[in-house]
Design a protein around this ligand. Structure first.
Ligand code: DQA
Length: 149
């Protein structure tokens, strides 16, 4: 087995499928996790999932990923735009993080244009809906491949 990825989803993403489908699509979080699990098998990587509506739980998960996972795919939801604490947690564990959003946050309200996660992520994928998750897995694998010693 190769690398291990953590797919971490923040607030309100448990409601995917019914939450503003015109913005976020009709795919549920369970569907996304199934897609990522199937892709992980193809890629020969391990993947784990966590969703929380609580900032501190997301921070705890980032800390706990140290030494367990090789990288994180993070959709921090609205905490993207507010949480210096999540940004600091990412910086503290020095794991590569791919920032992910279903919607194109740059085309939306001004307050969504600022991302604290972008300041510490290796890159950002946004605007591709649920398809962004498997794209992020490829991005992380590519990054880890190029940084392997
Ligand atoms: C989101 C974009 C955020 O601005 C928003 O608060 C979310 C979802 C996205 O996936 O498009 O909760 O991260």
């Amino acid at each position: 087995m190769g690398h291990s990825f953590l797919v971490l989803n923040g607030p309100n993403l448990n409601l995917l499928g019914t939450r503003q489908p015109e913005v976020y699509g009709s795919t549920t979080l369970a569907d996304i996790e199934d897609t990522c699990t199937a892709k992980a098998t193809q890629m020969n990587v391990a993947v784990s999932f966590l969703q929380s509506n609580h900032e501190g739980i997301l921070i705890d998960a980032i800390h706990a990923a140290r030494g367990v996972h090789d990288g994180i795919i993070l959709n921090a939801g609205a905490y993207t735009h507010t949480s210096i604490a999540i940004m600091d947690a990412i910086k503290s564990v020095s794991l590569p993080v791919v920032e992910l959003h279903l919607s194109n946050i740059h085309q939306r309200e001004e307050f969504r244009h600022l991302s604290y996660i972008s300041k510490v992520a290796i890159g950002q994928i946004c605007g591709f809906g649920a398809a962004g998750y498997p794209l992020a897995m490829d991005a992380l694998a590519g990054y880890l491949g190029t940084t392997e010693t």
